[in-house]
Design a binder for this molecule. Sequence first.
Ligand code: FMN
Length: 226
Amino acid sequence: MARDEMSLKTAVPFVPVTAPFNAQQRAWLNGYFAGLFSRGSVNPVATSASELKPPATSVPLTPLTILFGSQTGTAEGLAKRAAKEAGKRGFAATMLDMGQTDAAKLAAEKNLLVIVSTYGDGEPPDNAKALHTQLSNLTSPLAALRYSVCALGDTNYVQFCKCGQDFDTFLEKRGATRLTPRVDCDLDYDAKFTAWLDASLAAISEVGRVVPNAPFRILAAAETAA
Ligand SMILES: Cc1cc2nc3c(=O)[nH]c(=O)nc-3n(C[C@H](O)[C@H](O)[C@H](O)COP(=O)(O)O)c2cc1C
């Protein structure tokens, strides 16, 4: 008796190698049937390879990196809010300190939200300085990157939101795609930030698959060094 024939007549059927499943799906189905038949709950004759449905293949969540540059914690707090909200909307969100990344790593990102303040006289905050310098000198393209910038500042300063404007310009110059217009926030940033986040997540969702209440994570320094 041929092996495929046996699969329909023995007590525990298996999926023939000619069935339209890959090795992983076949292994899953064989294990599933072994479990069912061990409890005697399925009539083996009623089962044929053509009736079998493969397990649903898992679709990866849309990746999103939320990058912050912050001197006194405001941008960092907003990045945390953004990561939580993104998780609720089904992104695989990662919150990342500007001081823990570089231009080469950013080139590998797909979706990026930048939240950064301005210090001194139009200067980047300390944790953003190195990345600011790198991006200003970057010559290689960032063509695969989609991004949006939320700049934090204070209109009492002449160089209002200068650092956020710089990041926006650097990314654009290297060919990254701006998802939504940059917002320049004064000290009462809440409404502007919320609207920007909402629009940015919606823009990314349009091209990616999202699953509500996905987990988010905050990268530890050791992970980003890898
Ligand atoms: C010493 C100092 C210098 C600042 N310089 C600027 C500036 O040049 N331009 C600007 O728009 N905001 C400036 N700000 C305002 C900050 O960017 C703003 O308060 C921001 O919300 C701080 O965010 P952070 O806590 O994430 O660093 C300055 C604030 C301080 C305390």
